[in-house]
Design a binder for this molecule. Structure first.
Ligand SMILES: Cc1cc2nc3c(=O)[nH]c(=O)nc-3n(C[C@H](O)[C@H](O)[C@H](O)COP(=O)(O)O)c2cc1C
Length: 188
């Protein structure tokens, strides 16, 4: 039997964070070993306990927490990941990754990993259309990050436009496609 794939899900502080519960459930169905990292703001939307229960693994929230492991958390997560998926990716986390900021566990793991990184943005339509957000995403694409475009429709903020996190099945097939591809240029 082939070894299960190690997937790190980075959850940032967007309203679509609750949709990641379903994504984790489906990844577990498909025998992925799921490890969740949450930003501080993500924990305002969903509790770590929910993700811990669904993923059957401890949830990582703090850069400086004591770990039972011998390895430092961010190095261990970065090293063992077959793929890292940031969903939902806030405008803030996208801007931080683009500039190389590593001021929390999630951004540090993104900086340290050599695994392919999928970014699934989700935000208000005006935040999505903001030229700074678009420029950040263009730059990340050029570096080899895999950007899963948000969908259009009614948004939680009351707007209608582009910014919805795609459905679980769309994210799943995107992840599987990326896993089947060769490493992006960032891995040189
Ligand atoms: C109710 C609420 C919903 C939000 N939803 C989003 C969102 O969907 N996308 C986004 O980019 N920011 C959203 N924000 C703003 C982020 O939470 C904020 O930029 C935060 O600093 C993100 O931190 P993080 O990227 O470290 O998780 C929301 C804020 C609130 C209060």
């Amino acid at each position: 039997m082939s070894k299960s794939k190690n997937i790190v899900i980075g959850v940032s502080g967007g309203i679509a964070a609750y949709k990641v519960c379903d994504l984790i459930r489906r990844l577990k169905d498909k025998k992925f070993d799921v490890h969740v990292i949450m930003t501080r703001h993500a924990q305002e939307f969903v509790t770590p306990l929910t993700f811990q229960t669904l993923s059957q693994n401890p949830v990582h929230t703090n850069h400086f927490e004591l770990s039972q492991e011998k390895e430092i958390d961010h190095i261990s997560l970065a090293e063992h990941a077959d793929i890292l998926v940031i969903a939902p990716a806030t405008a803030n986390i996208i801007a931080k990754i683009r500039t190389g900021i590593c001021d929390d566990l999630l951004t540090t793991v993104v900086c340290a990993t050599r695994a392919p990184v999928v970014v699934a943005p989700s935000m208000n339509a005006n935040m999505w259309e903001n030229p700074i957000t678009q420029d950040n995403l263009k730059h990340l694409r050029q570096l080899g990050y895999h950007i899963l475009e948000p969908e259009s429709g009614d948004l939680a903020c009351g707007y209608t436009g582009k910014g919805r996190l795609p459905e679980t099945e769309t994210i799943l097939s995107f992840v599987q496609k990326v896993l089947g591809l060769k490493s992006p240029s960032k891995k040189k």
